[in-house]
Write a protein that binds this ligand. Structure first.
Ligand SMILES: [Zn+2]
Length: 305
């Protein structure tokens, strides 16, 4: 079975190298391996081979102003230019003009139409009890996609059973901010739990948004500490995945963390890194609208084999 693991990193752009860019000064081995040997900066060389692709994607979507998560993620997870649909960049939550496409035609729907398997799609993030209780719950782009396509949201129990992953990888936030009893896990543990879920589905999505929070200066974590954690997570994923059967796709919705001189988003391109059999399906990808069609085309072709 051919599978694809989509690791979405919020707020990671390709900026100029230099002391202001933690992606250039703190590029660990897994970041470099995914980048074809180079750190993730504006100078990242494009690369294309049967099992590996490296490209920049335009995140501005032809719309002026700073890209935002609501429209950027909606575009990434539907293939529809949602910034154009709204008429501006909007976020962090999805704009009402994008609700219909998110509810009815998102990446999960497209993959479910292809695959005969009982559960072709999964969202690996775990959500705390507080999320399910909140009467004023605000649906993010990804949770809205899940609700629209009947993809279940994973819970505290699933996290404790190692069948889900905390968005921050280590579940520190679950213990410290929420006071929940979740044993600490390393980034490598999180990667193992994610791969265990990935093995049961044609498409598994995982969303990590601490990169954007660190870029905004909203959490007390140095960029290099977070990037080292992410590097250990990505390294373990690369060790566990078989490129003949598994594809790891990593991309983002807009820049942020790559410019430590300010705490805003950027108009920089974002990296598209595809490691595994599906790489050739992204050879012509130019911007955020091209990710969903590439995933669907790859899984459609894999189904026919
Ligand atoms: Zn942001």
């Amino acid at each position: 079975m051919h599978r694809l693991l989509f690791v979405f990193l919020d707020g990671v752009g390709l900026g100029p190298s230099g002391p202001q860019n933690p992606l250039s000064t703190s590029a660990g081995p897994a970041f470099r391996e995914l980048g074809g040997g180079a750190p993730w900066t504006r100078a990242l060389p494009e690369r294309q081979s049967p099992h590996h692709l490296v490209r920049p994607l335009d995140a501005t979507l032809g719309v002026e102003g700073l890209p935002q998560s609501g429209t950027g993620q909606a575009t990434l997870f539907t293939g529809v230019n949602c910034a154009e649909r709204v008429g501006r960049h909007f976020g962090p939550f999805p704009h009402s003009a994008t609700h219909e496409v998110l509810d009815q035609e998102n990446l999960f729907h497209h993959v479910q139409e292809l695959a005969p398997a009982p559960a072709p799609t999964a969202f690996a993030n775990a959500f705390p009890p507080q999320f399910f209780e909140a009467s004023s719950r605000r649906w993010t782009v990804t949770t809205r996609c899940c609700a629209g396509a009947d993809v279940s949201l994973r819970t505290l129990d699933t996290l404790q059973a190692h069948r889900a992953v905390a968005a921050d990888l280590t579940a520190d936030g679950w213990r410290e901010a929420l006071g929940l009893n979740v044993p600490p896990r390393s980034p490598a543990d999180a990667a193992e739990h994610l791969v265990a879920t990935h093995r049961n589905h044609a498409l598994t999505l995982f969303e990590h948004f601490q990169t954007d929070k660190v870029g905004h200066g909203r959490i007390d974590l140095a960029p290099e500490v977070l990037l080292a954690r992410l590097d250990r997570f990505l390294k373990r994923l690369l060790d566990l995945l078989d490129p003949a059967q598994d594809t790891l796709l990593v991309t983002s919705d807009h820049g942020n963390i790559e410019d430590a001189r300010h705490t805003q988003h950027t108009r920089n391109p974002v990296p598209l890194l595809v490691h595994g059999w599906a790489a050739p399906y992204f050879a012509d990808a130019q911007d955020l609208t091209d990710v969903t069609p590439g995933i669907v085309a790859a899984l459609r072709a894999a189904n026919r084999r």
